[in-house]
Design a protein around this ligand. Structure first.
Ligand code: NAI
Length: 341
């Protein structure tokens, strides 16, 4: 148990606007599914540095024992529990061990699935990743039905509806707890705006609404350079995919973003007030979209409150109208996939 620990969290060490807690926190169990991947490994490292976490369960269908052995030698204040074959961070491999990784988890983070290669859209990943997310969500329904889910696997616009429908079919769905991680869009928006305006990045906060693909990524920028910056933020994932030239998509920045989001979820689980993040989640914020990314207040049960979009500029309103077709289609595809026999 991580009693009376001073949080040296990702956000508070890397970004001074983050909260630091001196108070006693109740530490939590976190399961990371897809832990040996490009995102999974650096994300596991960042989570290993978060003293809000009691136990970090690493699950993948391949290579995860080495990652677990490696991480378990880090002398952070995270309490790690002996499980199975070694002490330290538990290393699970294979479907049989999914239940062990999930049982008792408060937070389940899912970066499992294939990433984009140059020329691919996030939708091109659907055929493989939809099945992976459905399988893992089925495991969550069975072994960790009360846990909060953070879904990173793309296409997020469809994988979140898939997880939601899968949990619903199992009778354990709580819409406040199934959260698509769109934090990388926020992180990118904040970085690019700070660069363009010559601001200190810690002073910049940009909500990003809609979804997580192409024109459904809508940063709320009310500046003169909004058009160019919006395009850059929408295409930032592709920028990385092209720079990596076949070796994958964003992993390090995504790991940072996921660690920031997980930290906020854990802070809220521990009773911290006014924790606000953008996330893609079932909501009534926009009448046309059953699932939508927007600013939410996080609490002990996941999403506590949805914040209004506020007044949109004409360009932002046009962006919102322009995403209608794609976002509606993405959501429908996910729901239909989850419900087919
Ligand atoms: P990767 O291929 O390096 O790693 C994926 C890992 O998932 C592998 O270790 C693989 O063995 C594992 N995996 C596959 N099937 C599994 C299953 N059934 N159970 C458990 N683990 C399984 O891919 P990378 O770069 O880590 O990306 C992962 C996902 O994250 C991709 O779908 C990618 O598109 C998405 N992504 C999402 C972003 C976002 O902003 N939400 C940003 C960047 C990537």
């Amino acid at each position: 148990r991580a009693d009376n620990v001073q949080l040296r969290s990702v956000r508070s060490s890397a970004a001074p606007q983050g909260r630091t807690l001196g108070a006693t926190v109740e530490a939590k169990n976190v399961a990371l599914l897809g832990a040996a991947g490009g995102i999974g490994q650096p994300l596991a490292l960042l989570l290993k540095l978060n003293p809000q976490i009691t136990e970090l369960r690493l699950y993948d269908i391949a290579n995860v024992k080495g990652v677990a052995a490696d991480l378990s030698h880090i002398n952070t204040s995270v309490k790690v529990v002996t499980m199975g074959w070694q002490s330290g961070v538990s290393g699970h491999t294979g479907p049989d061990e999914l239940g062990a990784a999930l049982t008792g988890a408060d937070l389940v983070i899912i970066p499992a699935g294939v990433p984009r290669k140059p020329g691919m859209t996030r939708d091109d990943l659907f055929n493989i990743n939809a099945g992976i997310v459905k399988t893992l969500a089925t495991g969550v329904a069975q072994h960790a039905p009360g846990a909060i889910l953070n879904i990173i696997s793309n296409p997020v616009n469809s994988t979140v509806p898939i997880a939601a429908e899968t949990l619903k079919a199992a009778g354990v769905y709580d819409k406040r707890k199934v959260l698509g991680v769109t934090t990388l869009d926020v992180v990118r928006a904040e970085t690019f705006v700070a660069e363009a305006k010559g601001l200190d990045v810690v002073d910049v906060q940009v909500p990003v609404i809609g979804g997580h693909a192409g024109e459904t990524i809508l940063p709320l920028l009310s500046q003169a350079e909004a058009a160019a910056l919006t395009q850059r933020i929408q295409n930032a994932g592709t920028e990385v995919v092209e720079a990596k030239a076949g070796a994958g998509s964003a992993t390090l920045s995504m790991a940072y973003a996921a660690a920031r989001f997980a930290e906020s979820v854990l802070l809220a689980l521990n009773g911290e007030k006014d924790v606000v993040e953008c996330t893609f989640v079932e909501s009534d914020v926009h009448p046309d979209f059953k699932f939508f990314a927007s600013k939410v207040v996080l609490g002990p049960n996941g999403v506590e409150d949805f914040l209004p979009l506020g007044e949109l500029s004409p360009a932002e309103q046009a962006g919102l109208d322009g995403m209608n077709e794609l976002l509606t289609k993405n959501i429908k595809t996910g729901i239909e996939f989850a419900n087919k026999a």
